[in-house]
Structures are given as C-alpha cells and as structure tokens.
Design a protein around this ligand. Structure first.
Ligand code: NAD
Length: 509
C-alpha cells in the first residue's frame, strides 16, 4: 500500500484532546493495517486511562461555553464543518479505504458524501429543537419546556463505518450543546481523528470534540464509568453493548445503544424478481456484508425460490474482488484476518451440518485485477441454502458477505420467520401488493422496514433498533431525544400565598 496516504499526518500522535493531536501514554502500541494486504498504515500509541481523564477534563471544561452558545453559533460552525469535509473528501475517502480495505468507490460515493450530508443536516437541526408549546396547562401556572444539553458524552464506535459512525455520534451531541469524547475502534481510528481536526478548523472550540484511541477494555470502560461523563452512546455488538450498559448503570448514566442486526429480506410471490435479486446482492454485500442493516436472511415464497437462488448465485459469482484502490473493484476484504476467519468458521460449520453452498464459501487467491489476495482478509460472496431456521447462520450475526436463503409458503409464515431472531434493526419486504406491504411494515419488528429496497439511509430519518438491536436513534431530529434532557419549568401565575391545592395540608383553615 502507498504509505503516503497517511504520511506524517499523525506524527504528533493519535489522541485528539483539547483541540490538538498528542501521543498516547499507554505502554502498548497498535498497528492500524490495511486488511487488503496486511501493510502498515499507522502505528498508534494507545490511550492510557490518564489520557481518557485528560480528554474528559477538556470536554468538561468546554461544556459551559459550548452549551451556552446560541443555536445559530453552533449551526454556523457545523455548516463550516460540512464545507471543510467536502473539501477534504478525496483525502478522507483514501484514508478510510486504507484503514478498512473498503473499495474506493464505496468510500467516495457513500461514506464521505453521507458524512458531509449528515453534517449539513445537523447544522440545520441545531436551530430546530422541538417541544410542547408553553401554556397554562394547570390554569394557575405557565408551563414551559427547556431542552438542555446533558454534559460530557462518552461515545464508543465500531470499525465498519468509522467516519460515518464518528459523525453519527459527534454531530447530534455537539449540535445540541454537549461536548464529547469519542473512542473509535482500535482497528480504525484515523478518519475519526481527521473529523475531529476538521471540527477545530471549523471553529468548534477546543475541548468540545475529543477522540481517544484506545482499547475497549481499558480506555473504553474507563470512559463509560467516568464520573464526569453524563451520557454514554455506543455502537457495536450486542455482547459488548450489554457490558457497556452494566458499567454505565453504576453511575446512572443515560445510555444509547446501537447494537447488532440480522436483517430479514422477505420476498413475496408477486414481487419483481429481478428487483429482488439485484436488491439482495447489493443489500447483502455492501461493505463486504459488515453492515448492521445488511440483508442476511432472505425468505422467498416458494414459487420464486429456485429462480431467486439461481439469480443471486449468478450475480454473486460475478462480483469482482481486488485492490480496494482500483475503481473497478466491487468488494474489498473484511476488516481483519480475524473477522475473515470468523466468517469462514460460520460457513464451514453450516457446510458441516449439510447446508448447500450455492456460491462462494472460500477465500480467493487472485483478484479480478490480478492482485494477490492471499495476504488479505478476502472472502468470496457466499450463498447458503438447505438450512433450517434455527441454524447458527440464520440466528447469529455473521458480519460478512454471506446470505442465507430459506423458502416459505404462507404470508403468515414469512413474517413469523422474519421476526424469529433476537435482533430487530432493519428488514425489507418485496411485493407489488399494497396490502402485503402495509401488513409487512406493520408486523415486522425492526427500527426500519424498507419496501422494494434494502439499505438506503438518509440524514433526515432515524436509524435505531428494536429488541436486542438496542434502543435510541441516530441521525434525524429524533437523535435530539437522546442528546438533550427535557426540563419542565412551572411558574405560578396567581401570586396567591395560600393556594387552592394547599388544602391537602391545611384543610379549610
Ligand atoms: P464491538 O462491539 O466489538 O466493538 C465496538 C466498540 O466497542 C469498539 O470501539 C471497541 O473497542 C469497544 N469495546 C470493546 N469492548 C469494550 C468494553 N468492554 N467497554 C467499552 N468499549 C468496548 O463491535 P465491532 O466488532 O467493532 O463492530 C461490529 C458490531 O457493531 C456488529 O455487531 C454490528 O452489528 C454493530 N454495529 C451496529 C450498528 C447500529 O447502528 N446498530 C452500526 C454499526 C455496527
């Protein structure tokens, strides 16, 4: 890999505290590598708990001024930030691709523009906090609502969309007047640091946005448990999310948990087969399947089943794996060899139980462009059939380019199977019948249900889970419900010393 992508950018260190980069003080370092070939992108000295304390102190010190800034001032800074991110788009896309192995087409056309749009959205939303109208609800008082910032937010993000996840955490928090300490995943901290630097360049005061690069167990838990952190916002796996909840509740912190997913993709027998096949391929393979909303379980009504499987298998086999920096490459590696081996383990166990592997099911050696893939974390798009609803590959989050397809007969059965996992983040229904569509969108238990599409997200609309996929919303105006606290102010308007309700104490005296 071309080392000049990152160059000297992080020579000062990979901790962003109080508006500047500095070196971590933990004993250990972490090598951020490109999973396409294992090459070193950046060696990082990790954050110690002392570095976390320094970041939290910077955020705490910045809170009074930032929370008192007018919405207009915050919006102005965020608008400027959107412009700076747009100017740095190419750079951000290249660093994001280097640290994750994502194809440059994906980072250029999805990750970076999505982040710029999200920033522009929250610039507008900062001036638009909503609440019930002030009024005399009791008759004797004027009641009004204040929506106030919460304080220092401690955020933890995953490696699958590092830049977008940093944006999803930082933007609503600071738009609402909070300050933040974000801990990105150790594997992928670099674009979160660039985002924080851009915040400073946009005029967001020092200490409002801090990023610490450290391990989950030490830096992460120290951040969540810190007495000066008032809220915890976490995106990651359900297992770690439960641990985060356990730690946060010890100091009664508000928590916002965006966790794992296992999205169903339900194809009714009147669906446009071609659209469903194309949708399943794109919806399951986006980001090499490392997407919490990716289509993972396709349920196809019996009359379309064989044609659907044949169509998806054919397109899976055509997907081009190769150098992520080649614009012709469709799919990059998984984020690490460990993740690739985990995915391969799921497939091997399914194979062992007698499942049919209708496409893929192996780590390829050569890319479409002749690239040697043996050093990278590549895995072919894999289609699995002939497996039962209670199988591991149907129930557990694999987080890789693997789609399982099962048949169903009645509509009731299809919807019941769709709901039959612990998760509830996203789902899609494929039909041309408006009543089937209405029924599916009503009955599927998930935070987002698409009809005749699967994956698109938009800054104006909320993203968040049901069931074991967590609670709370990222993006949209709804995110402010997480990042603000609502205060009821009730002011007497009677000026009467002994009020009517005092009868509970004084009786008729
Ligand atoms: P992960 O849960 O392993 O790690 C997420 C983050 O938590 C990392 O920053 C990690 O360092 C940190 N962490 C680990 N242990 C910790 C601890 N004890 N205390 C505090 N922090 C700790 O997840 P991952 O492997 O990075 O990401 C993949 C997972 O994220 C998948 O389950 C995926 O579905 C989920 N995800 C969910 C959403 C969503 O919006 N619901 C979005 C993206 C990813």
């Amino acid at each position: 890999m071309d080392q000049s992508i990152v160059g000297t950018r992080f020579d000062a260190g990979a901790q962003f505290v109080g508006g500047e980069l500095r070196e971590g003080t933990a004993e250990n370092t972490f090598d951020v590598t490109n999973p396409a070939d294992g090459s070193l992108v950046q060696r990082v000295r990790l954050a110690s708990t002392g570095d976390v304390d320094a970041a939290v102190a910077a955020a705490r010190d910045a809170f009074p001024e930032w929370s008192a800034a007018t919405p207009g001032t915050r919006a102005e800074a965020l608008n400027k930030l959107a412009g700076i991110l747009a100017e740095q788009a190419e750079d951000l896309a290249r660093v994001e691709s280097a640290q994750t192995g994502k194809p440059i087409r994906l980072t250029t056309e999805f990750d970076v523009p999505g982040t710029v749009d999200n920033t522009a959205f929250f610039a507008g939303a900062a001036r638009n906090l909503e609440g019930k109208a002030t009024g005399e609800y009791s008759g004797d008082h004027t009641s009004s609502i204040r929506r106030e910032a919460i304080g220092v937010v401690g955020s933890i993000s995953p490696w699958n969309y590092p830049l977008q996840m940093a944006a999803w955490k930082i933007l609503p928090a600071v738009a609402a007047g909070n300050t933040i300490v974000l801990k990105p995943a150790e594997l992928t901290p670099l674009t979160s640091l660039m985002f924080a630097q851009a915040c400073t360049a946009a005029g967001i005061p020092d200490g409002v946005v801090n990023v610490i690069t450290g391990s989950g167990r030490s830096a992460g838990e120290h951040l969540i448990g810190h007495p000066d952190v008032s809220m915890v916002s976490f995106t990651g796996s359900t297992g770690v999310g439960i641990r985060v909840g356990e730690v946060a509740v010890q100091t009664v912190k508000r928590t916002h948990l965006e966790l794992g997913g296992k999205a169903p993709f339900v194809v009714f027998d009147d669906a446009d087969l071609d659209a469903a096949v194309n949708g399943a391929v794109a919806g399951s393979l986006i980001n090499t399947g490392q997407d919490c909303t990716a289509a993972t379980r396709a349920y196809v009504q019996r009359p379309l089943f064989d044609a659907f499987v044949a169509g998806v298998a054919e397109l899976f086999d055509q997907v081009r794996l190769g150098d992520p920096f080649n614009p012709q490459t469709d799919l990059g590696p998984l984020v690490s060899l460990r993740q690739r081996d985990s995915v391969a383990g799921f497939v091997e166990r399914a194979r062992g139980y007698g499942a049919t592997i209708a496409a893929g099911g192996y780590a390829p050696e050569k890319g479409h462009d002749g690239t040697d893939l043996t050093l990278g974390a590549f895995y072919r798009p894999t289609l699995i059939t002939g497996i039962a609803q209670d199988a591991e590959v149907v129930q557990s989050e694999i987080f890789g380019p693997v789609l399982v397809v099962l048949p169903f007969d009645s509509d009731e059965e299809g919807l019941r199977l769709a709901n039959d996992t612990p998760y509830g983040l996203a789902a899609s229904a494929w039909t041309r019948d408006v009543y089937r569509s209405l029924r599916a969108t009503r009955e599927i238990k998930a935070g987002c249900v698409w009809v005749n599409d699967h994956i698109p997200i938009i800054s104006d609309m909320p993203h968040g889970g049901y069931k074991a996929s967590g609670y709370g919303k990222d993006m949209s105006q709804y995110a402010f419900d997480e990042y603000t606290q609502v205060k009821h102010v009730m002011q007497d308007i009677t000026a009467i010393a002994r009020k009517d309700w005092h009868r509970t104490i004084f009786g008729d005296r």
